[in-house]
Design a protein around this ligand. Structure first.
Ligand code: TRP
Ligand code: ZN
Length: 902
């Protein structure tokens, strides 16, 4: 086997496709071993294309049966065929092309194109999977109307595709046939079909304009009682897009189908969303609070794509964030609005802050390291080797932050006006990120005559996380406080490769700030000529700028980057006492959380330094006191307190270390968790007892927040080894009426309990849930990330009969969780963890390159680790790099990692 040759694709090389393909008819004779696809394309050469422009159709792993043009066999000297393309030349200006081909769904382990899962057929075409189904112009700017015919034996009673069902028949040979038509032109990445034995749940609702629409959720027979939440979430999403953005469902029928083997979360195929079963199926006994929230969010996300992605799509894959950043922003807002619904204003603000905090935690744990490593790229990349590698935290999560900054700059109403303008201009088109910003800019320029978003556009061009240094200069005599913001963003990853000539320019940063007096009271902010405000939104558009606040009575304590108004790193030298003040009093719930997190970060980094130097670890009394104040603050709701009291993750902490030392960090976090348990034992116990959620299960934020705080208390009590804690955990495990509590108790037992009790509980849990794959995934994950799990233990778990590398959810539950979320287990000086990683990357690459490339990224930041780990990590990367037969997915990741030195 030959390693694939990397080809770099550049954004600047974009060329329009020379042909329009207005109509596509596809007829499938479905058979797992060999499916025949008859594709009929109506093609029209564009007016500005040269008359001899060849028709280049992408294709992969296909067998050609026949090729005709306008009903006649096409001569062999007028086409070429290789591994990746079918190229026709000498075509008339308009023609009908008939291609008959075969593919092998059952043998397709990549889960891209047409594949079989659980005996049923599914497709996944984004980004470049359609070429595995038939030869086509597999790029998002070629948009066609599709008519699809599906034929299969009685083993596949449900036959679905995009759009509306036209007819079903029984064929003379006894097979079933279904015909579908999608009235909206679409790129081929939005094509989908599903065929098999499925059950469904449905409802009919009226859209805002009074049209009835049929909503359906399909899943494996036997799971019909687990699709209620997904269907309800779909109705909520439909209503929300109508009320918040004035966007209605444009089809008569909208289907969601759950599948067990799936590379990602879900896919927004027009009218036929296909979902990882993990984001559809839920009931209180088997799904956690986080699962319920995740299902609602992903159902929302895919539904919202119908406008932001499908009606207006991407011109090319460099524009991916056009649809993903925007749609993540929309799903974040949807979740926040759902969480805040029916609450009084103060509780609503806290609920929204909880969602904001969770999103920022994700951004910092996943995107900040990416921006500081070999895969750093702008939200609109300039180049790629494999587009599958660019479905990243940067494109999605940072992309959403870039949209959110526009929302902040324009205000909610201005943003809505910008969205309306975007659809007015571009409905039905394949466009660029720049087109989106231009629509927003048309509103911004109206709001602020003479200003534009040209400086803001740098967020789309530049990688790396900007740093904003803040300084305060208080003049007591003049009662003035001068705030200086200075930003810098050193070249990152790809930009370094671009060479010395590359100059970065400061982007437009909306920076929200407040000031507190020394007693922690909010100070009204007065800028010259402005109304007093609680929070000032400073627009930093240059390297450095100053603002003067008037009538400031005392040296203030600044509350910075309120609401996380920009994806930057703030540099300001607060004293610990100032942070404690902010943590106790800041009226901005995000900044208040942030102050506590900064205190905890300092504490853990100090403990890790002690650990490294062999000095005894000792927790700071003032820190414990700040935690006690948060834990016992009656004004804070439980969900918010659970976030405020959560210790920063190892991933976030690692970003703050000069040289990353995972074992020292893990030891420091463990020590602090136990120390907090001992010092605040009575308070944790009160929180445990006071936040029980008896009665019927509800995934609403109120009870979910109480469970989060109660289970955090349990983990501290257990970590401290307090008398009675083991019994509390055991009782909760034995009696839990929902999966959140059951799993939390099991985790406490496994991580901190008596080994024998832990082993028994794990066995009992397995026995009870062995037939439920989504629960068994949780069982694997819990063990993969447990404190005591080393490489040897993971290898033993891989030998369990329930383990398989072929199911991505299972591989993620064990292998990925260990490699990405068990730093202590992976980063072992003898290299045993890296040897395991090497084996798994190679084994997965032979099955599923997209999934393998994601695992490959576990060693991205190898060059930033302590020297003792750096060498064995580099050696492991080199071993993968040298393996014959590597996919270009994995090749791109490991080559970039090896090129990179921090
Ligand atoms: N577009 C999908 C989403 O974000 C995700 C997606 C992209 C995907 N490529 C995929 C899903 C491949 C599964 C497999 O909603
Ligand atoms: Zn998406």
């Amino acid at each position: 086997m030959r390693t694939e040759t990397p080809v770099t694709v550049y954004r600047k090389d974009y060329q329009p496709y020379p042909y329009a393909i207005p109509e596509v008819a596809l007829a499938f004779d479905l058979d797992p071993e060999s499916t025949q696809v008859h594709s009929t394309l109506r093609i029209e050469r564009k007016a500005d294309a040269p008359a001899d422009a060849p028709l280049v159709l992408d294709g992969a792993e296909l067998e050609l049966v026949s090729l005709q043009v306008d009903g006649k066999p096409w001569p062999a000297d007028r086409y070429t065929l290789d591994d990746s393309a079918l190229i026709l030349s000498g075509l008339p200006g308009a023609a009908t092309i008939d291609i008959v081909s075969r593919c092998r769904p059952a043998a397709n382990s990549t889960l891209m194109g047409l594949y079989v899962s659980g005996g049923n057929f599914f497709t996944q075409c984004e980004a470049e999977g359609f070429r595995r189904i038939t030869w086509f112009a597999d790029r998002p700017d070629v948009m066609s109307r599709y008519r699809v015919t599906l034929r299969a034996t009685a083993d596949y009673p449900v036959l679905l595709s995009n759009g509306n069902l036209l007819a079903t028949h029984t064929l003379p040979d006894g097979r079933q046939e279904a015909q579908w038509e999608d009235p909206f032109p679409k790129p081929c990445y939005l094509f989908a079909l599903v065929a098999g034995r499925l059950t469904h749940r449905e409802t009919t609702v009226q859209t805002a304009s009074g049209r009835p629409v049929l909503l359906q959720v399909y899943s494996d027979p036997g799971s019909e009682d687990r699709t209620e939440w997904a269907l309800e979430s779909l109705v909520r999403a439909l209503r929300w897009d109508e009320s918040r953005f004035g966007l209605e469902l444009d089809l008569d029928r909208f289907m969601v189908v759950a599948v067990r083997d799936f590379n990602m979360g879900a896919m927004e195929n027009k009218g036929l969303n296909i979902f990882n079963a993990a984001y559809v199926l839920a009931d209180p006994h088997t799904a956690t609070d986080a699962n319920y929230e995740g299902i609602e969010a992903v159902i929302g996300h895919e539904y919202f794509h119908n406008w932001t992605g499908n009606r207006v799509t991407c011109r090319d894959w460099f524009q991916l964030s056009l649809k993903e950043g925007l749609t993540v922003f929309r799903d974040q807002e949807f979740t926040a609005d759902m969480m805040a619904r029916d609450l009084d204003p103060a509780a609503a603000a806290s609920a929204r802050a909880v969602k904001r905090i969770d999103d920022v935690v994700t951004l910092r744990a996943a995107q900040y390291p990416e921006d500081a490593g070999p895969m750093a790229h702008p939200i609109r990349p300039e180049s790629y080797q494999e587009i599958g590698n660019f479905y990243t935290a940067t494109v999605y999560e940072k992309g959403a932050e870039v949209i959110r900054m526009q929302h902040t700059l324009l205000g909610a109403e201005g943003f809505r006006a910008g969205m309306d303008e975007y659809f007015r201009r571009h409905d039905g088109q394949a466009v660029t990120c720049d087109d989106f910003v231009a629509a927003m800019e048309s509103v911004y320029a109206r709001q602020h005559p003479g200003r534009d978003l040209s400086v803001f556009r740098r967020w789309y061009r530049q990688a790396g996380t900007p740093r904003v240094a803040v300084s305060l200069d208080y003049d007591a005599a003049a009662r003035q406080c001068t705030v200086t913001l200075a930003q810098r963003c050193p070249p990152a990853g790809v930009e370094k490769r671009a060479g010395d000539g590359y100059v970065k320019a400061p982007p437009h940063i909306p920076f929200a700030l407040g000031l507190l007096d020394p007693q922690g009271r909010a100070l009204p902010l007065r800028l010259a000529g402005g109304q007093p405000q609680d929070t000032a939104l400073l627009e930093l558009t240059q390297e450095s700028q100053q603002w003067v606040f008037h009538d400031v009575p005392a040296q203030p304590v600044p509350s910075l980057l309120r609401g996380f108004s920009a994806p930057v790193i703030v540099e300001y030298n607060w004293s610990d006492a100032e942070l404690a003040l902010l943590s106790a009093h800041d009226t901005d719930p995000f900044a208040r959380w942030e102050a506590g997190q900064e205190l905890a970060t300092r504490q853990i980094l100090a403990l890790a330094a002690s650990q490294q130097s062999g000095a005894p670890m000792q927790a700071d009394a003032a820190f414990i006191q700040a935690w006690r104040a948060l834990l016992t603050d009656p004004t804070l709701d439980a969900g918010y307190r659970a976030r405020a009291l959560a210790l920063p993750s190892e991933k976030t902490l690692a970003e703050r270390m000069q040289a990353i030392d995972p074992p020292a960090l893990a030891a420091a976090r463990d020590f602090l968790r136990a120390e907090l348990g001992r010092e605040l034992a009575a308070e944790w116990r009160a929180a445990f007892d006071g936040n029980q959620t008896p009665g019927a299960y509800s995934p609403a934020p109120g009870p979910a927040g109480r469970r989060a705080l109660k289970n955090q208390a349990l983990s501290h009590l257990m970590a401290a080894g307090l008398d009675g804690a083991q019994a509390l955990a055991q009782a909760q495990f034995d009696q839990a009426g929902n999966m959140t509590d059951s799993l939390a108790a099991l985790s406490a037992l496994v991580n901190h309990g008596q080994p024998q009790a832990a082993a028994q509980a794990l066995q009992a849990f397995y026995t009870r849930w062995q037939d439920d794959p989504l629960v068994i995934d949780k069982w694997f994950t819990l063990q993969a990330t447990a404190r005591g799990t080393d490489v040897e233990a993971v290898r033993a778990l891989m030998a369990h009969p329930a383990f398989t590398l072929r199911n991505p959810n299972r591989a993620r539950a064990l292998v990925f969780q260990f490699c990405l979320n068990n730093a202590r287990g992976l980063h072992r000086a003898d290299g045993a963890g890296y040897a395991y990683w090497t084996e798994q990357v190679l084994a997965l690459d032979a099955l599923n390159p997209e999934i393998a490339a994601r695992l490959a990224r576990a060693l991205d930041n190898w060059s930033r680790f302590v020297p003792a780990l750096r060498a064995p990590m580099q050696a492991a990367l080199q071993q993968v790099r040298g393996h014959a037969g590597l996919s270009r997915n994995v090749l791109e990741i490991v080559s970039k990692a090896l090129e990179f030195a921090a």
